[in-house]
Design a binder for this molecule. Structure first.
Ligand code: CTP
Length: 215
């Protein structure tokens, strides 16, 4: 089967030297890409800027902004039987990027932000993707309610949810503790594991969900 995986943060430029971004390290997405390869699948990895080296043997598509990630996914998702959206996409970008470095002048500076496209949310409704769709949910409260809302709203087969209010897991860590919410209403809580262990477990669950003829 062919997997498309998004990973890492996006970077939204403010001026030629500054950007808005987040703490995502890309470790979970890269672990998923490696686990899919190790299980004998082919992989396209669409990645924001991270400090990791892309695993050998996959198609690597480096991007910077949410819009670039959107365009990269839009042109490649149709080759995939499974799409896993692990990237921490910036929800907003600066409305107008300064062409020259912004100089320090007034005491306050206001940046106007506009919403970025929702890549996962476009998979079914805009790209017409018919394969297995997996999203991530990073929540600080009401994990199950928010995860189930995302599962339905973005028409996913599976949402992998984690509590990002904990400092010992998730963002920029080697470990995570995730709960899986499936489209049939079932929930599975995985224990505290390394991201590589979680990735191997997830690829197993995802392959089991895929129709036999696709595998
Ligand atoms: N995602 C995406 N494109 C975006 C934002 C998010 O593809 N512009 C994907 C992420 O990769 C993740 C999932 O959507 O798989 C969850 O993103 P999140 O930002 O938590 O969901 P939202 O619907 O934007 O909800 P919230 O209000 O919590 O931000």
């Amino acid at each position: 089967m062919h997997f498309l995986v998004t990973a890492g943060p996006t970077r939204e430029p403010i001026d030629p030297v500054r950007f808005l971004s987040n703490r995502s390290s890309g470790k979970m997405g890269y672990a998923l890409a490696e686990a899919a390869l190790a299980a004998g699948h082919t992989v396209t990895l669409v990645s924001g800027p991270v400090a990791l080296t892309a695993p050998e043997g996959l198609t690597f598509v480096p991007v910077e902004t949410a819009q670039e990630m959107y365009d990269a996914v839009a042109t490649r998702i149709h080759d995939a039987g499974v799409a896993i959206f692990c990237a921490a996409v910036a929800d907003y970008r600066v409305a107008s990027i300064a062409e020259e470095k912004i100089k320090k002048s007034a005491d306050e500076l206001t940046l106007r932000l506009v919403q970025n496209p929702d890549i996962l949310g476009s998979a079914r409704s805009v790209f017409g993707f018919g394969g297995l769709l997996v999203g991530f949910a990073a929540e600080t409260n009401d994990l199950a309610r928010h995860a189930l809302d995302k599962l339905r709203r973005k028409k996913c087969d599976l949402i992998v949810a984690n509590d990002v209010s904990r400092r010992d897991i998730a963002f920029d860590c080697d470990f995570n503790e995730v709960s899986l919410f499936f489209a049939d209403g079932t929930r599975e809580d995985l224990p505290f594991l390394t991201k590589h262990e979680i990735a191997a477990a997830l690829i197993g669950r995802i392959v089991a969900l895929a129709p036999q003829e696709r595998q």
